[in-house]
Write a protein that binds this ligand. Structure first.
Ligand code: DX5
Ligand code: ZN
Length: 223
């Protein structure tokens, strides 16, 4: 799944009072990757969700053949890898800006039985991935500064994403996160990326299933 085109709706923009229903709507529309944004109020200003919320949807997501894509925007992520793996994480990504010992944290993710991802903020040079291309299953390029959904896509990151595709081995997935919507997905697709996170464009829409299908249609046109 990491190397095919996938839309990964972020539950951060969902209505938490009926989370299962929201997840069910997009999975019924064909989504197989559910993006979970974890924020600690330290690495980013916002505080969001943790393993308890993941546990509440794990059976639903896995039962429908889906995966949980956990994006850790937290300090000291090494302390929490096992807890997220135990809560049903399939893919876990950590910010290079938050890891002093990145290689070790990536090994820890794989040892926990998950796919390992490394994330770069918009201003972080691609060179930060240079020495770990063999230690990751996917890379995630932020096209907003992490912390909140609903921000505008930062266009100037686009060339870096295309260079990332050149740097990364073929079997390594390339994910884009932040401000993806019908007006920006084409620019993101042009980079060669294959995994696309969308929060407000899906769960903020009046019809999340239709919004997801619209974005998946743009991806299918490139397949
Ligand atoms: C930003 C998060 C994103 C965000 C996406 O810090 O990592 O995943 O929720 O939301 P949109 O698609 O609304 O930018
Ligand atoms: Zn995210």
């Amino acid at each position: 799944m990491l190397t095919t085109y996938q839309l990964a709706p972020s539950i951060l923009s969902a209505d938490f009072s009926r989370l299962g229903e929201e997840v069910g709507r997009v999975m019924d529309a064909g989504v197989r990757v559910i993006h979970v944004d974890v924020m600690d109020g330290h690495f980013v200003p916002n505080i969001t969700i943790g393993p308890v919320v993941m546990e509440s949807i794990r059976e639903q997501v896995h039962g429908a053949g889906g995966v949980m894509d956990v994006h850790l925007m937290i300090e000291n992520p090494d302390r929490y890898i096992e807890a997220f793996a135990a809560a049903g994480a399939d893919w876990i990504s950590v910010h290079v800006e938050a890891c002093v010992h990145l290689n070790m944290v990536l090994s820890q993710i794989r040892a926990a039985g998950c796919m390992a991802g490394a994330v770069l903020n918009p201003a972080t040079p691609l060179a930060a991935l240079q020495e770990v291309t063999g230690d990751i299953d996917f890379a995630l390029m932020m096209t907003v500064n992490p912390g909140f959904s609903g921000q505008a896509f930062i266009e100037s990151v686009v060339p870096k994403i295309a260079r990332a595709r050149q740097l990364l081995p073929e079997g390594v997935g390339l994910e884009v996160d932040g401000g993806i919507a019908s007006g920006t997905i084409e620019a993101a697709l042009d980079t060669g990326a294959n995994l696309f996170v969308a929060g407000s464009a899906v769960f903020g829409a009046s019809d999340p299933a239709a919004a997801a299908q619209d974005l998946m249609g743009a991806m299918a046109a490139r397949a």
